[in-house]
Write a protein that binds this ligand. Structure first.
Ligand SMILES: [Zn+2]
Ligand SMILES: [Zn+2]
Length: 285
């Protein structure tokens, strides 16, 4: 049966002027899902949410039937070089989780860490330690972390399915609720998902190292760079090196066909989001 009309689809949306305005912006684009930063992603200082803001967000989410997800701040690095940065990252991660829980948001997307010039196994072990500390300083019933695969740029520690699986399994508790697969990042990291063979290879690795049921969200982006380029450069749907055919095969593959889709495509013009959403809907079978 087609899931064209029931599948949550959305874009990354601004929270300027108040967090609940993001839902209104998503609704104007006829989105049924959306991704937000829960605060200014460039600053360590976070102003607490007021009770009114929280109540308004929760009510509007129900009314508009939009699935919200949070993308954590890019400042967070759980394999940072200094203890000071690790400490700040853990504290900011706690704030992200607390805000998600208050707002009733299930998924909190995280890039595990980046550690240029350090042994990647040690860097991953450090990230697991940080996640363990985080588990000890808070408790979140609704909100869980989704680890996102990264593009394989210098220092990335979780660009492969194997590495994502390692972090999840070594942590061994339910702080991590699953994985978010970014199509641009997967392609850049060497999974050639422009073809069915490449998609099958990725799915096989998911089955081997993670488990299909632990994939919870798709970041649907085309890629400016070539397969294996290691470049995290997102492109409009159908205009990049993955292309419409690859993206269509991917989102309709039985491993992914029920998962929510969030677009993080370039926004140069006001109509870019609408255009990319429209293209995505056309690719759904
Ligand atoms: Zn991301
Ligand atoms: Zn992404």
């Amino acid at each position: 049966m087609s899931n064209k009309n029931t599948r949550p689809i959305g874009v990354h949306t601004s929270i300027a002027g108040g967090i609940s305005l993001s839902l209104e912006r998503a609704n104007e684009l006829e989105c049924t899902a959306m991704q937000i930063f829960s605060h200014n992603p460039r600053g360590w200082h976070v102003k607490p949410l007021t009770k009114t803001e929280i109540a308004r967000f929760r009510k509007l989410r129900e009314q508009l039937a939009i699935l919200p997800v949070i993308h954590t701040s890019y400042l967070i690095n759980l394999s940072a070089k200094t203890n000071e940065l690790l400490e700040k990252s853990i504290q900011l991660m706690k704030i992200e989780m607390d805000r998600a829980e208050a707002l009733g948001i299930e998924y909190v997307v995280l890039h595990t860490g980046s550690a240029s010039g350090v042994d990647p196994n040690m860097a991953r072990a450090k990230a697991v330690d940080c996640l363990r500390i985080l588990s000890g300083i808070g408790s979140w019933k609704t909100s869980k972390i989704l680890l996102e695969n990264t593009a394989g740029e210098r220092g990335d520690i979780t660009s492969s399915m194997k590495d994502l699986g390692t972090v999840m399994n070594e942590l061994g508790n339910d702080l991590i609720g699953g994985i978010c697969i970014d199509t641009c990042h997967a392609f850049a990291a060497g999974y050639n998902i422009a073809s069915k063979t490449g998609i099958d290879k990725l799915v096989k690795e998911i089955d081997n190292y993670i488990g299909r049921d632990r994939i919870k969200l798709i970041h649907l982006n085309d890629s400016k760079g070539e397969a294996g380029s290691g470049r995290d450069r997102h492109e409009n749907i159908g205009e990049g090196m993955i292309g419409s055919e690859g993206l269509s095969l991917f989102i309709n593959h039985k491993a992914f066909r029920k998962l929510p889709l969030i677009l993080e495509t370039p926004k140069k013009h006001e109509y870019d989001d609408l255009r990319n959403l429209q293209r995505t809907r056309e690719l759904l079978l």
